[in-house]
Design a protein around this ligand. Sequence first.
Ligand code: VSK
Length: 420
Amino acid sequence: MDPLFEVTTLGGMTFKISQVPNKKFYGVQKGGGSMAIARAYSKYGAAISDDLLSTIEEILKELGLLGNAGAGAGAGAGNNTTADPQGEVAAVPQMFDSEYLCPVEIGTPPQTLNLDFDTGSSDLWVFSSETPGIQVMGQDAWDIEKSSTAQLLTGESWSISYGDGSSSSGNVYLDKVSVGRVTVQKQAVESARNVSVAFTQRSDTDGLLGLAFGSINTVKPTRQKTFFENAIPDLASPLFTANLKKAEPGNYNFGFIDATEFTGQITYVPVNTSSGFWQFVSDGYSIAGSSAVSAPHQAIADTGTTLLLLPQEIADAYYSQVQGAVNDVRGAGGYVFPCSASLPDYTAIIGSHQAVIPGDFINYAPVDGDSFENATTCFGGIQASAAGFPFSIYGDIFLKAQFVVFHGGNNQLGFASKSL
Ligand code: VSK
């Protein structure tokens, strides 16, 4: 540790605050001169309150040493403003931001696979040397025989069906898995012996890395922990953050909150883990900055789902403000509108936080052409969630407009605005 600053508070206690350069990893682009607080220790090694951390961050901000107001001001945030660039991994968007892929190293020597980090499921599964060739279309497969540390979990198997009808299944191994420089030595790596066409068709997606709760992991007879759950003992704080971006690489961080990745304060809300998801309550909404509408609904934060799937009435209310929008359920499969339409902002009200999704984020993809320019009809990024499914799904259309903290220490979600 190389303490660069001493901050003396009014009470006379002295805190050493080290600066650590935020190393770029795998081409993540960040707003200029990313600088973050590394660790804040009190003289006596005691925990520092959120208020005090905020004060320290305000001082650093005043001194021009921090990009914006710091983290930790929300209820129960914990002392988690530790910045550790080793826990950062790039999240690279695919076409139309349909998904975000992150490099993951599996086995010895490491084999890098690009996985879809999915806060809406809890299985880490990969295309592998066990996946039938006819189901593989360009994906990189984990070659199990080439990993000297891979161990078959005898008698265990996995089988998952997702809400969109896709599925996969196979055998289970333990092996070394690294994300950024966070390593789990014996992670359950679920090898696919069968994948549905939806996965075969995604040539760049080598598998999924589940980041929901282990209670919904599908390995039988012995449920397995997620990468995040296994990594918690090694993390500075038991949390990860999602900073997904529109049409450019963003990042996930494990174990720390990078105060340069958001503006203002983080608002924390409780998570109901009983269904295994990052489930929270969204209290209502406003459209185009109009007055707030109370419409409490259960929601899950799902980085593995592309769109924002809202209660039918809310989707209807949104598209009633879009000239020419129609719900083309049988054709395109949901709300479409003229690509020339200007879309209103959608604000999700979550506790005291107003999460604004700019209108242009809600134009998801062209329907009748291969680019926005040569299409006349576009598909909406907000759609109605399936009738009968008990939650709205706050997917990437929503998440990329926010900085989101997945706090596994106190089961909370934190939301903050960021520069878009
Ligand atoms: C990732 C993703 C996921 C399904 C969301 C959903 C839907 C309907 C209902 C429930 C749910 C994935 C939960 C009724 C649409 C994929 C293909 C490529 C990449 C599923 C996922 C994971 N299929 N978290 N989506 O559950």
